[in-house]
Design a protein around this ligand. Structure first.
Ligand SMILES: Nc1ncnc2c1ncn2[C@@H]1O[C@H](COP(=O)(O)OP(=O)(O)OP(=O)(O)O)[C@@H](O)[C@H]1O
Length: 427
């Protein structure tokens, strides 16, 4: 069936944002040239090594005549590739749909005529710094692919090429991001069993705490390979499958089953994969530039103390709380308020940390402690911090949910009534 020819223009102010609104300063700029401590070479030289170029694209695939290349279109003002649904992207891929958009480019659902499957192709903005970052991402993905023997931790790269001055990275097609799933579920939490399973997979992907034996090989992962992801967030974790079931939401059980909010979505499988390795960097001694998207940014990054592997683990912690509650843990756009929120949830920062802050962060510290609430920008800011529960309360809340779910299923959870009481006392 011939596809409708609809021109897709990259996100404009009229589109509903797919991602939660973030201010420009919440998202770190693309850091290029830091991989392996070397400058990344000329993108064109990578492109010539085995990539399919626009120039070489054939009008025939397996003897079947195809429509040729689409007409040349100017990129938009931000360097995004302009396309129409149904266009060819080289002779091998046909554009079916737009799946997402990020800082680096657009992700399109495409039909791969050679492998006869749908794939996700990231078309990177035709701007030097994004092209260089894309080459880093390709190198990281190829490295990780070599070590991910089971292919079940990070997204698999299938191919890459340079098309009309845009680096295109072909990925296996995955399901929605955890953030998109939360959003479509009216920000209702994931079941605790799913959160535990997602947490295990995330730690397996990034950290060195799990050594998984596959085919008698120890498979190493990001931190073991001295790589730091630096941008872990629910948007960058995709469910492998889009399938879900609808179950009555016990919190809304007073509502009528006719009411759509009576039901909540639960993914059929908790299998996930990590995506977006454009900000991944090798571990080095002196890294203290700003990394991570605001809500998942570790205190050492904000304070300029220098960061390393733990910044990924911090992000994992923030993500797991968000999956349990449905809401981002640190909802702020401001450094001092963010640090105050961390202290509120986790307790005071150590003297050792506060003594070593860099010159940009000096203004957040006064007389050896965080300048809070004195330095707060407004009363609202102080209230926002006070509203946050302490970590023990989160744990208590999560345990209650877990026990309620288990008891409603008439099975025994790991928490007895005794542990309820002791948690309540801590909280
Ligand atoms: N393999 C995939 N399968 C399905 N959807 C995908 C895939 N890869 C990316 N997407 C979708 O495209 C969106 C953008 O992808 P990605 O995060 O890689 O782009 P980016 O430009 O690097 O983003 P960021 O602004 O976070 O750096 C994702 O949030 C997701 O919705």
């Amino acid at each position: 069936m011939e596809m409708e020819h609809v021109t897709i223009f990259p996100i404009t102010h009229l589109d509903r944002p797919r991602k939660r609104p973030r201010f420009g300063w919440d998202v770190p700029q693309a850091q290029v040239g830091n991989f392996c401590g070397q400058e990344v070479g000329n993108v064109a030289s990578y492109a010539s090594s085995g990539a399919i170029s626009d120039h070489t694209s054939s009008l025939f695939v397996k003897g079947v005549a195809q429509n040729g290349s689409p007409p040349w279109r100017e990129d938009d003002k931000d360097g995004h590739y302009m396309f129409a649904l149904g266009d060819n992207l080289t002779s091998r891929y046909k554009i079916h749909n737009k799946m997402g958009e990020g800082t680096f480019g657009q992700v399109l659902e495409c039909w791969d005529r050679e492998r006869k499957e749908m794939v996700a192709i990231k078309i990177v903005r035709g701007i030097k710094k994004y092209k260089e970052a894309a080459m880093i991402e390709i190198e990281v993905l190829q490295q990780l692919g070599k070590h991910d023997t089971g292919g079940n931790r990070c997204v698999q790269i299938r191919n890459w090429f340079d098309y009309r001055n845009h680096i295109c990275i072909v990925f296996e097609k995955l399901g929605p991001s955890l953030y998109d799933f939360l959003r479509k579920n009216n920000y209702r939490s994931f079941p605790i069993d799913h959160v535990r399973e997602i947490g295990r997979q995330l730690l397996e992907c990034v950290a060195c705490v799990y050594y998984v034996e596959i085919h008698n090989e120890i498979s190493l992962f990001m931190h073991d390979l001295h790589m730091i992801h630096t941008d872990l967030k629910p948007e960058n974790i995709l469910l492998v499958s889009s399938d879900y079931v609808k179950v009555p939401d016990y919190k809304n059980s007073t509502r009528s089953p006719k009411d759509s909010s009576y039901y909540k979505r639960v993914p059929k499988s908790s299998a996930i994969k990590v995506i977006d390795f454009g900000s991944t960097t090798y571990e080095r001694q002196d890294q203290n530039y700003i990394v991570s998207t605001r809500h998942y940014r570790a205190p050492e990054v904000i304070l300029g103390l220098g960061w390393s592997y733990p910044c990924d683990v911090w992000s994992v912690g923030c993500i797991l709380v968000e999956l349990c509650t449905g809401e981002a843990l640190f909802q702020t756009h401001e450094n001092l308020e963010h640090l105050a929120m961390m202290e509120r949830v986790l307790g005071p920062m150590t003297q050792n940390m506060l003594k070593r802050v860099d010159r940009h962060a000096e203004k957040y510290v006064r007389r050896g402690r965080l300048d809070w609430p004195e330095g707060a920008a407004s009363r609202e800011s102080i209230k926002a911090v006070l509203k946050l529960p302490r970590l023990q309360v989160y744990v208590f809340f999560i345990c209650i949910c877990f026990c309620e779910i288990k008891s409603s299923n008439a099975t025994c959870g790991p928490f007895s009534r005794g542990s309820y009481t002791s948690l309540a006392r801590i909280a």
